[in-house]
Design a protein around this ligand. Structure first.
Ligand SMILES: Nc1ncnc2c1ncn2[C@@H]1O[C@H](COP(=O)(O)OP(=O)(O)OP(=O)(O)O)[C@@H](O)[C@H]1O
Length: 266
């Protein structure tokens, strides 16, 4: 695919968001990870500053999810260092729990508590993690549900909501911890196509509000529009890193050209 084809297929206006500061909130330095003999993360170095939206793209199996999951130690690492807002992320203990709460995670599967109402799903974190009393937690949760556009569903059970609505509740639940960083791992991959945009729109609103975000996604329109910076991973390595226009219009490596060509023609 030619460069002009790549750019013409992805013409979208960028969003108006506050500029990132120079304060690093997430830092991965020389991170290595194996699953048995499979080397899945190879010398990963990433820095995400306050207010920055980093979008991670790459072919299936390139290590994007694993990289995300190391950021709050859902996956251990073999070597390297991870810092959250300047603090070293330990392997266990109270400091790990405290720093984990700074990173709100949203996954492909929404994993809401099936036997709790939408409101209860969102009040759990503020009550347990942020020690709010029930009334304050409920008021806060209702504000968050309104922010993601599902406040009218508060008393329903998760199974009564569409996939897109459930994912928006999952975003509200992650925000309820008052995280400094939001991490999205393919949040729209399990959704029917017509629900994808309602979730991406919520993410774009968060970006506009200045939220620091790391997003793994195959949604290239979103990536081009919302990202301050794109990281392209293949075979466990970061092969390219740069501004969206630079990446989409002038991908440097053959792997990135091949990846974009495939994904943009589908
Ligand atoms: N728990 C695990 N045990 C063993 N191997 C794993 C495990 N999780 C992931 N892998 C392997 O590690 C590699 C990286 O997987 P990962 O899910 O991080 O890739 P990805 O880039 O997120 O892929 P996708 O876009 O398909 O989600 C793959 O080869 C995968 O099969």
């Amino acid at each position: 695919m030619s460069e002009s084809q790549l750019s013409s297929q992805a013409v979208v206006s960028t969003i108006n968001k506050p500029p990132a500061t120079d304060r690093p909130l997430v830092e991965l330095s020389h991170v290595e990870k194996h699953y048995g003999r499979l080397h899945v993360l190879k010398d990963i170095n990433i820095q995400v500053c306050q207010g920055e939206v980093l979008v991670v793209v790459g072919p299936s199996g390139s290590g994007k999810s694993t990289m995300c999951r190391t950021i709050n130690r859902l996956e251990s690492i073999d070597s390297g260092v991870i810092r959250i807002d300047g603090e070293l992320l330990p392997e266990e203990g109270k400091d790990l729990a405290r720093l984990r709460a700074e990173v709100g995670m949203v996954f492909q599967s929404f994993n809401l508590f099936a036997n709790k109402t939408i409101l209860e799903n969102v009040t759990l974190a503020p009550m347990k993690v942020r020690h709010m009393d029930k009334k304050d937690a409920e008021d806060f949760a209702m504000d968050l549900l309104a922010r993601v556009g599902v406040e009218s569903q508060a008393s329903k059970m998760p199974s009564q909501l569409s996939g897109g609505q459930q994912q928006r509740v999952a975003i509200a639940r992650a925000l309820a911890m008052k995280p400094k960083i939001m991490l999205f791992d393919e949040p729209t991959s399990a959704l029917d196509p017509e629900m994808v945009n309602e979730v991406l729109d919520v993410m774009i609103e968060l970006a506009k509000e200045g939220m620091t975000m790391i997003c793994v996604t195959h949604e290239m329109g979103f990536a081009r529009r919302a990202a301050d910076r794109i990281v392209f991973m293949a075979d466990g390595r970061i092969l390219e890193e740069g501004k969206p226009d630079q990446f989409f219009d002038h991908p440097k490596s053959e792997r990135a050209q091949e990846f974009l060509s495939k994904i943009l023609t589908h």
